[in-house]
Design a protein around this ligand. Sequence first.
Ligand code: PMP
Length: 454
Amino acid sequence: MEPYEKSKLSEWDKEYVWHPFTQMKEYVEGEPLIIERGEGFYLIDTEGRRYIDGTSSIWVNVFGYTKEELKRAIIEQTERLPHSTLLGLANVPSIILAKKLVEIVPRGLKKVFYSDNGSTAVEIALKMTYHFWQLKGEKKRKYFVSFRNGYHGDTLGAVSVGGIDLFHKVYRPLLFKSYKAPSPYCYRCPLKLSRNKCTMECVSIFEHMVLEHKDELCGVIIEPYVQGAGGIIVQPEGFISKIWRITKENKLIFIADEVATGFGRTGTLFACEKENIIPDIICLSKSMTGGYLPLAATITTEEIYNAFLGRYEEFKTFFHGHTYTGNPIACNLALANLELFEKENLLAKIRERIEFAKKELVRFNDLSHVGDVRQGGLMIGIELVQNKKDKKAYPPEKKMGQRVILKAREKGLILRPLGDVIVIMPPLAIDEKTLKRILDITFESIYEVTEKET
Ligand code: PMP
C-alpha cells in the first residue's frame, strides 16, 4: 500500500465503500471509526485511540492481533507458495490440515472439503446432502428442516435454511423451500411455555414435522448449542441431542453448523461434544485461522463421500469448488493456530474465562432494562427490554442496542449488537483482566443509556 492521506480516509470510505449489514444513509451521516492497527486484544484507530475488541472481529479472533506464530505462518507459506488450486491438484498445508481436522472433529467425520467462508461451508453441506440422496436414487428427497432464528450465512442456499425474517424474508421468492421448526428461544418461547415447566414441546413439533415429511426430506441443519446471529439463543440442556436422535432415527443427514461455535468458543472444541452428537456433516470456519485469513471446511463421513465415487463418465463428481479453495497460506495459518491451541492449553483457559464471565454476569440481572442474560461459553447475549415485567421490547427507532454500543465505544470497547441484544464475543485467548474490563464497560454503558439517559 502506498502512503495514504489519513485526512481523506473518512471521505473516501463514505464515497467508495458499501458496508455490510449497515444502513448506509445513517452511516455516512456519522464519522466512521477507521481501524488502522491491532495490538494484543486491542484495535487502534487512525487517531491512535485504543479499543478492546469485544466482538473478536465478528467472532473470529483467537489470540489477538499480534501473535508472532500466526504472522510467521503466513509469511513462511507466502514465501513457499501463496496459492495453487485444489481442482485436481493438491498442496502441502491443505493435506496436513485435513488430517489434523479429521483427528479433532467428532468421530466418523473423515473427508474435508475446503472453501473460504461460513456461508460457502453451509452451501456445500446443503448441496452435498441433496446430491447424496440423488445419487442414492432417492430423488424425492429435496427439503431440509431448519430452525426459526437460525442463521447459516448470506448466500441464497444458506438464506433458504435461515430463520431470521428481518434478514431473510425479502428474498423468499428466490429461495428453496425448507421446513422451519420452532426456535428454542426460552425467554420468548414461541409456544408460550416456561422452561421450568415445559417438556420441550418444541422438540415434539420438530419430530412431527420430520415424521410428516420424512420421505421428501434430505436433512436437518442446526447451529448446535447456540443460535448465534438469531440473538445468542442458548439451547436448553438435552435439546440438541434430542434433535439429533430424531434426525438419525429417521435416517436423515444431520448438518451441524459450527461456524460460530467451533474451535473452543463454547468451552469444548466443538459444541457437538457437549451432548455427544455425531453429525454427518460439520461446517467450520471463523476461528479456524485464528481470525487472520478466510478459510472454511465442510467435513463429512465416508458414507456420503463414497456415494460420489464412480467412473468419470458416470458424472457422479461433486461439481463444486471455489477459486481459493484450500488456499495454502490460510491452511498453514490454521495449522499454526491449532498448534497454539494445544501448546497454550487454550481450552482450559477458555473454561476458566467462561466461569469467570458467568459470575460477573449475575449483576447484569439487576439492571432495570436487562430482560435476559444468556451465556453459551464465550458467546454472551444481553437482551434489553423496555419493560422487564412483560418483556416488552423497545421500539426499533429507539435503537437501544446501537446506542449502548456507541456508549461503550466512547469508553474504549468495540461491540456489535444484534438488534437490542448486546453481544459479547471476546477473542478466545482473552485474559481475565481484559475480560473484566469488557464486562464492566458493557455494564456501565447499558446502565447509562437505559437508566440515566432515557
Ligand atoms: N453459520 C453461522 C452459524 C454463522 O454464525 C455465520 C456467520 N456469522 C455463518 C454461518 C456465515 O459465515 P460467513 O459470514 O463467514 O459467511
